[in-house]
Design a protein around this ligand. Structure first.
Ligand code: AMP
Length: 283
């Protein structure tokens, strides 16, 4: 329901076919795909963790925060996500304006045609509209020529402050994990060990260590930080269907012991919050 190219049902079926026993669905900034995914998971016999990948900012750096098993009706979480979604929506016409200035005319309807019923519209949809218009070959070229920072149609958007968001996820009875922590840069920036200690102090539960954007050395360093700070180590494919190459389902996985630790943290947060949180769908 964001920028992956499969429906929640197709994703669940693909995960089953790939031989996974547990799948987390983590659309950008929305829980809109949860119900459909849960129905499909129960049908095919796959464990499903409902989560989302929240766009946050921290000390000048964009950080994607995975939030697993929060109550999606918790007011402060709903409000914070709405602000992020509003920022996404208002950015689309701004990008279209920049493309227009470059002599490329794409309309909001063109974007809607490729985004379908996505709840969270992002640059990958603009990339798909550029592909459909024959301007570029694929998403990669669209980002490299137009959409990434420094390119002529780039527009920034609002992201939620990270530390308050970690607290909000915990209050909603969920657990949070920093996604692809050093994925876009070899410079840890604010996500060095001291920075992670600050985040752990406000309730961060884990670090996504095993991710395709992390080389062996990065993984070793992040694993050491997680160990020092008693944070859970996760691994995930960050699969986007056909929307992102090199992220096949199951290309990275989370060790059963770490998964159990994550679930234990989630159970503790749920109990402390007093909220009704989604159960793991079990096969
Ligand atoms: P946005 O949500 O609009 O900020 O765009 C971020 C999304 O774009 C994330 O899902 C990224 O994985 C995706 N993305 C970033 N660079 C590329 C690229 N070169 N090709 C395809 N997807 C990309």
């Amino acid at each position: 329901m964001s920028d992956g190219t499969q429906s929640p049902t197709e994703l669940v079926h693909a995960a089953k076919a790939a031989g996974l026993d547990v799948l987390a669905i983590t659309d950008h900034d929305t829980s809109a795909g949860w119900d459909e995914a849960a129905t499909a998971a129960a049908e095919v016999g796959l464990d499903l963790v409902r989560g989302m990948e929240i766009s946050t900012r921290h000390r000048g750096r964009d950080v994607h925060l995975l939030a697993f098993l929060p109550d999606p009706t918790y007011g402060p979480l709903v409000d914070a996500l709405q602000k992020v979604l509003d920022g996404r929506n208002s950015r689309v016409p701004a990008i279209l304006g920049k493309l227009h200035d470059l002599g490329i005319d794409i309309t909001l309807d063109d974007v809607r045609r490729v985004s379908g019923d996505a709840a969270a519209v992002g640059r990958p949809h603009l990339a798909d509209a550029l592909v459909a218009a024959g301007v570029v070959r694929d998403r990669e070229q669209a980002f490299n020529e137009f959409l990434r920072p420094g390119r002529p149609a780039y527009v920034d958007r609002y992201a939620a402050p990270l530390e308050p968001m970690i607290r909000t996820v915990t209050e909603a009875g969920g657990v949070s994990v920093v996604a692809h922590a050093w994925g876009r840069s070899n410079d840890p920036g604010p996500l060095d060990e001291a920075g992670f200690a600050d985040l752990a102090a406000v309730g961060l539960a884990g670090i996504e260590v095993d991710h395709e954007d992390h080389g062996p050395d990065t993984r070793r360093q992040l694993r050491a930080i997680a160990s020092d700070l008693d944070l859970v180590v996760t691994g995930s494919s960050d699969h986007h269907g056909a929307g992102k190459v090199g992220h096949d389902l199951g290309c990275n996985t989370t060790a059963p012991r770490e998964y159990e630790r994550l679930l234990a943290r989630a159970a503790a947060a749920a109990a402390a919050s007093g909220r009704t949180t989604p159960e793991v769908v079990t096969a």
